[in-house]
Design a protein around this ligand. Structure first.
Ligand code: ADP
Ligand code: MG
Length: 599
């Protein structure tokens, strides 16, 4: 382990391991097979990269996506580690060259696409080199229950069993459901592995839910306030992506978009523009993101509520891989419930509907809860958090203002009663609003004493009040596809016993969540960002591969101006220092001179 720690410092420039890394690495070094389940950004790559450097032979890393392999190999080469990849992006000549180099022992780490494992010639190649370990990244791809199932992952076990010398096998994923974990172990045919699961919590992420009917206004102003940061805006449909993208272009913001309806060429170009910091904003459907290792994503906005918390946490979790502050904001509007129900009805077979509706309800509860959002998420995934408030989400950082809505509630409840508790939220809203729709007239609801009682409110507001009364147990919403509203006993207390109804509304506290970035020297940060981008462009790698935001921000706190000071910065190792250290020192020194900051 001493050697491992030394490698961590010298190559990666980190002085200590993150949670779980040390444990996994020490078991791997003992020759044990391992399964590591750790959330995004936990540092799973280092768990196999460090052993790869300690072992005498080659480590094969199986990775699902070409872009992901390229970034990882670029990053390793930047660190001075000899690595390469073998996938369908190589032409025949490069493929043969790579294989020859590998046989000559020129690489410590080789990334390989799972599809290669289907060919016999590749097995012969593997048997001709000295393999110490096979590491399977994104190992949930092996399981039908993992969200990115890839059939060729099923070949891996077979190939491993046909190797003349059995290597160490290690598998890594962020997907922690028990069924996926068991599948990984079974399908990879790993016997008695050391298994490590770290918690699900991502402390640097700040979660926000905002109920709004004007999402556009919100995202415009958010993006304007974060012009120098990279972020993703997730939309539920391709149509929304296209229209939001056009709107942004119209007001002159450089943005990229990504969805399954675009051509491969266009998608790859847009993804690269975003990964290489040529555009700061990516507007996309959930088709975007798998295999994006970009560590400097500072925010993820969900323009629409996704279908379940699994999707939400996976997508939001793409923010802040580098471990520093990032914001995850979900914009909630009731229309999203309707769209999601439509998608459930359209896209899956009946046998899944019940589960999907249940998951959707949990997602809606997340949007409506006034408790700690982080705690809600962690409990959803089966953890028992040690805190009751994280003090870093929109609920913990808001104060609740109480408003008496007894009168409005009475109007709503008696309207439901007069409509004989046989209709859903839309018709009840229409009646309260005083709509002249043919259905209202046909059923004679315009003659009810409760007709148009809330005509001064928008339909949206009326629906929100109804949904509040549902969430507080005054009304039951019964049925899945077209639920009807039915009064509960609690409603009778309001109608006949003079019981009052209070609604709590969130008011953002003046105190903002602890925004770690604001404690840096912003001006210097921008200068270093610029330098990083110039260097990255010359070497044709994404900027975060040169240095992460975390490393730059640490420079903006410590102002290193000597080699010694620079090597103390997390993320600056020997090789990186030799390549770029002086360039960064120069900018920092000039900045200190010009702004007369004395340390
Ligand atoms: P994962 O694959 O688990 O999502 P990565 O391997 O991509 O995570 O690592 C996420 C980030 O954490 C990277 O920027 C990486 O350099 C950084 N990192 C990994 N290990 C350490 C460590 N011991 N100290 C500081 N940063 C680390
Ligand atoms: Mg990873």
């Amino acid at each position: 382990m001493e050697k491992a720690l030394q490698l961590l410092q010298n190559y990666f420039g980190y002085s200590s391991f993150k949670k779980g890394q040390e444990d996994l690495i020490s078991h791997i070094l003992k020759g044990e097979d391992c399964v590591g389940i750790m959330p995004t950004g936990a540092g799973k790559s280092i768990c196999y990269q460090i052993p790869a450097l300690v072992f005498s032979g080659v480590t094969i890393v199986i990775s699902p996506l070409i872009s992901l392999m390229k970034n990882q190999v670029d990053a390793l080469n930047e660190l001075g580690i000899s690595a390469t990849y073998i996938n369908s992006s190589l032409n025949n000549h490069d493929y043969i060259q790579t294989i020859e180099n590998a046989v000559l022992g020129m690489y410590k780490i080789i990334y390989v696409a799972p599809e290669r494992f289907e060919s016999d010639s590749f097995l012969r190649f593997l048997n001709s080199i000295d393999i110490s370990m096979i590491a399977i990244d994104e190992a949930h791809c092996v399981s039908r229950w993992g969200h990115d199932f890839r059939p060729s992952y099923l070949e891996i076990a077979n190939v491993i069993s046909n190797l003349s010398i059995k290597p160490v096998v290690s598998a890594f994923t962020a997907t922690a459901t028990d069924i996926v974990k068991k599948d990984i172990i079974n399908l990879l045919n790993i016997k008695n592995p050391f298994t490590l699961t770290t918690g699900f919590d991502r402390e640097n992420l700040s979660f926000h839910v905002i109920s709004t009917n004007d999402r556009k206004k919100f995202v415009y102003s958010y993006v304007r306030n974060h012009l120098n940061s990279c972020g993703i805006i997730y939309c539920l449909t391709r149509k929304t992506v296209d229209s939001l993208y056009d709107d942004f272009l119209e007001i002159g913001y450089p943005v990229s978009k990504y969805h399954a309806g675009m051509s491969d060429v266009e998608r790859t170009k847009n993804q690269n523009d975003f990964v290489y910091d040529r555009t700061n904003v990516m507007i996309a459907t959930n088709a975007f993101g798998m295999g994006i290792d970009k560590s400097n994503i500072r925010y993820v906005i969900h323009y629409n509520m996704p279908k379940d918390l699994e999707s939400y946490y996976q997508e939001a979790g793409r923010a802040g891989r580098d471990g520093i502050y990032a914001e995850c904001t979900l914009l909630f509007s009731r229309q999203d419930i309707v769209t999601n129900k439509f998608i459930i009805e359209q896209c899956s077979s009946n046998s899944y509907h019940k589960i999907e509706y249940q998951k959707l309800n949990d997602m809606i509860d997340y949007c409506n809860t006034d408790k700690c959002l982080r705690k809600y998420i962690l409990e959803y995934f089966g953890e028992t958090p040690s805190f009751s408030e994280c003090n870093n989400c929109s609920n913990c950082n808001s104060e609740l203002e109480e408003t008496d809505i007894t009168e409005d509630s009475k109007k709503i409840l008696s309207c439901i009663k007069r409509m004989n508790e046989r209709f859903g939220v839309n018709l009840v809203t229409d009646v309260l609003k005083g709509s002249h729709s043919s259905k209202v007239i046909q059923l004679g609801f315009d003659k009810l004493s409760t007709y148009a009682l809330l005509k001064d409110y928008s339909k949206e507001t009326i629906k929100e009040l109804i949904s509040f009364l549902v969430s507080q147990g005054y009304i039951n919403s019964i049925g899945e596809k077209y639920p009807i509203l039915v009064l509960t006993n609690k409603a009778n207390n309001v109608l006949f016993e003079n019981e009052g109804v209070l609604i709590k509304r969130k008011v953002e506290k003046l105190k903002h969540s602890q925004n770690v970035i604001s404690t840096y020297d912003d001006e210097l940060f921008e200068l270093l960002r610029k330098l990083r981008k110039e260097i990255a462009q010359k070497s044709n790698v994404p900027p975060f591969v040169i240095f992460t935001d975390a490393t730059l921000s640490s420079m903006c706190i410590n102002f290193p101006t000597t080699k010694e000071e620079m090597l103390k910065i997390s993320g600056v190792g020997e090789t990186k220092f030799q390549k770029y250290g002086e360039l960064f020192i120069e900018v920092i020194q000039n900045y200190l001179n010009s702004s007369r900051i004395s340390l």
